[in-house]
Each structure stands twice: as C-alpha cells, then as structure tokens.
Design a binder for this molecule. Structure first.
Ligand SMILES: [Zn+2]
Ligand SMILES: [Zn+2]
Length: 282
C-alpha cells in the first residue's frame, strides 16, 4: 500500500537485544519482548520501494510477508553494514549464470558512490544478467521522480561515513515526509534546506538516547528535542505534523517505556518494529 510506510525495523546496528550482549538493557529487553525487540532499521513503501536492505531482510520478509521480487526501487542511505547487505542482492539471478528472478521490469539501486562501490565489490555473478540499474546519487540535494510520481530528494547526513543521505519524500498528493535515521545534529546547510519545507511527518534519529555526546553521527534524545523545538519555531513542522524517532541502540539505555515517557509529552512518538505510518494529511 502506497498510503502507508512500514517501519520494518527500529534498532541500531547491533539490534536490541544486541547480538552477544549481556548488558542490563538487553536482559530487560529479552524479558519484556514486544516493542523492546528491535531489528535493524529499514522502511518499506508499498510493494515496490525499499529504503535500506540490511542483515534483517529475511526476518522482515517473514514477519511482514514482503515480496522482494516486486521491488522496483532500492534506496540505500549509506554503506554501513546495518543498512546494506549487498551480498544478498546476488540472489537476483539463479546460480551464477541463471536468469534474473524479478517478477517484472528492472530493480534500480539508488545510492552514493560508496554504496555502489560496495555493491560492485560484493558481486558474485555477472551484473549484465541481473536486470538491475545503478543510479549514482552525486549532488547534494539531488532529486529523483519515480514513475509513480513519488519524488525523492537527498541531503547529506551528518554521519560517520562518506556518502550518507537523509531523504525528503513527496507523495503525488503532496504529503511530504522526512526520513533521517542516521544523522547527528543537523548542519546549518541542512537547516537551510529543511526551512523550505513544512513536513507532514518526520522520522528523526534517536539512536544515542541518554548518552552524553555533543558531536556525533547520531542524535541523543536531548538533541531530538532541541531539533524539534527549532523546527517548530521555523515552521518546518506544524501542530499536525507527526513526529517519530527511530533507530535505537541498546547502549543508549532506553527501553520502550522510557522512550515513551521521555518523548510523548513533547508530541514525539518512539517507533517500534512493524509500526505503520499513514501517509495522509491530518
Ligand atoms: Zn546490550
Ligand atoms: Zn550508519
């Protein structure tokens, strides 16, 4: 369904409970289950559009009944291992020389050069047989309009690697939303771009939770609040804008109930695996 966004995963790189971890938060997350179990962050928009394709793609497929054979656009925000598992894309063709397995048409992989380089260096099969198109996103604030009229714009994230992007997505009915789940504090250039918009929904990076860091590739809970405060002041968000925070790390020491206690009074919802967000104006 194109009128909702599925939040397939809501955890940071190591998931929650984190792999191999025995910290208190992970032990408690095991006990509580439910919204405290978080797979790696990724998003699905209808059958055809996927944002990030990390190590939990199989889990997501089983849990949500996703059919990747129908994908037409794969947007990879950046080349970190929780966002992209390029080796899995090789299953696009049967064996090493077999036919491509997509239902129909081609799959376009949209990403910056580091993402495409990572894809190429993990190829185990002949790319010319893959029915894939590579779309290199070069310029800051580039845009792509898809065949169904959905428009993606890209802006640089303040993250730990080259070529990391956040997205502004405009639906054909003008519903406009933002996905920025891997970024530290917004730079002034980013604020300049954001100030040209009034979003209907925003997903912000809440990775660092209660950690005491000022400058990093992720936002702390406090930084989410101060970003939202500035957005409200600048009219980037309005009263009816749905605000969501996502990509939670076990080391940030917030269980789902802590996230709710912290964020809900400020009109911000913490995400969880399987959350569906309606893409309709309030
Ligand atoms: Zn842990
Ligand atoms: Zn990352």
């Amino acid at each position: 369904m194109m009128d909702e966004l599925l939040i397939c995963g809501s955890g940071a790189s190591e998931a929650v409970p984190a792999l191999f971890c025995t910290c208190d938060l992970c032990k408690e997350a095991w006990k509580r289950g439910g919204k405290d179990r978080r797979s790696r962050t990724a998003y699905q928009l209808g059958e055809e559009i996927r944002i990030d394709f990390g190590p939990d793609i199989m889990l997501h497929r089983e849990r949500y009944g996703l059919h990747y054979e129908n994908l037409k656009h794969l947007f990879i925000s950046h080349p970190h291992r929780d966002n992209f598992t390029p080796i899995q894309v090789n299953y696009h063709i049967h064996g090493e020389e077999g036919p491509a397995l997509l239902a129909e048409g081609d799959l376009t992989l949209h990403g910056t050069k580091p993402v495409l380089d990572q894809f190429k260096s993990n190829l185990t099969c002949d790319f010319s047989r893959m029915r894939m198109v590579l779309d290199e996103l070069e310029e800051d604030f580039g845009t792509r309009t898809l065949e169904n009229g959905i428009r993606f714009s890209f802006l640089w994230a303040n993250h730990y690697c080259e070529g990391a992007l956040n997205y502004i997505i405009e639906m054909p009915d003008s519903f406009t939303f933002f996905i920025g789940t891997d970024t530290g504090k917004f730079q002034e250039e980013t604020w300049k771009i954001l100030s040209n918009y009034q979003f209907d929904m925003m997903i912000l990076d809440g990775t660092a939770g209660l950690l005491d860091i000022e400058e990093g590739g992720h936002m702390t809970a406090k930084q989410v609040l101060s970003s939202v405060e500035r957005m409200r002041k600048e009219g980037i968000v309005k009263d009816s804008t749905r605000l969501i925070t996502n990509h939670f790390a076990h080391c940030a020491k917030m269980l789902h109930s802590d996230l709710e206690a912290f964020y809900l009074p400020h009109g911000i919802e913490p995400a969880y695996d399987g959350m569906k967000v309606a893409l309709k104006k309030n």
